[in-house]
Design a protein around this ligand. Structure first.
Ligand SMILES: CC(C)(COP(=O)(O)OP(=O)(O)OC[C@H]1O[C@@H](n2cnc3c(N)ncnc32)[C@H](O)[C@@H]1OP(=O)(O)O)[C@@H](O)C(=O)NCCC(=O)NCCS
Length: 148
């Protein structure tokens, strides 16, 4: 397992990096959900939904390896769009990062919630291993919560 990961606020200079990571990390899952891949459309939608003040960059050994968004809603922290760059996936970084987020949520007595595409079985089992349970579902998503 890698050691700690560093988390910092995202800036305008990170937008290209995040766009590229998002498109490469999510292409398979979005294609499986929609039945087609339109990169220009996904890029535009990503930029529309990107809320820089709520977005953080994950770094490991001085390198950007991914990003995620969190939005506070009442007693819950909603985790959005966690993406680790494909070249850095399955090296334990996501697990280390989530450990830090869970610890922070516990310390602040907040719940941690997220939505995951139904086709994204890898992410679903990743979250299940971290103690998230299914609470709801919509057409394309499962809703999951980490009890605190
Ligand atoms: C899901 C994700 C955030 C996990 O981060 P990570 O750094 O790759 O995770 P870890 O290396 O800590 O992996 C932990 C476990 O998650 C599961 N997992 C992660 N990626 C997987 C993959 N591509 N296929 C199958 N299982 C996978 C495995 O159980 C893995 O354990 P293992 O490697 O011992 O089998 C990352 O793979 C990612 O960004 N994926 C693409 C984008 C995405 O799906 N984001 C989630 C949106 S809700």
């Amino acid at each position: 397992m890698p050691g700690l990961v560093a988390i910092r606020h995202a800036t305008d200079d990170d937008v290209c990096f995040m766009t590229d990571v998002f498109l490469r990390a999510m292409q398979t899952h979005i294609t499986a959900t929609r039945g087609y891949w339109n990169e220009a459309k996904e890029q535009a939608q990503f930029h529309e939904q990107l809320q820089l003040p709520h977005t953080r960059i994950v770094e490991h050994e001085g390198m950007r390896v991914g990003f995620f968004m969190t939005i506070e809603r009442g007693q819950d922290i909603e985790l959005h769009t966690l993406c680790i760059a494909p070249v850095h996936q399955r090296h334990g970084l996501g697990t280390v990062l989530m450990g830090q987020l869970v610890e922070d949520a516990l310390a602040r007595k907040r719940g941690l919630v997220l939505s995951v595409l139904k086709v994204n079985t890898a992410a679903r089992s990743f979250y299940a291993r971290l103690g998230f349970v299914l609470t709801d579902e919509s057409a394309h998503h499962y809703r999951m919560r980490r009890a605190t």
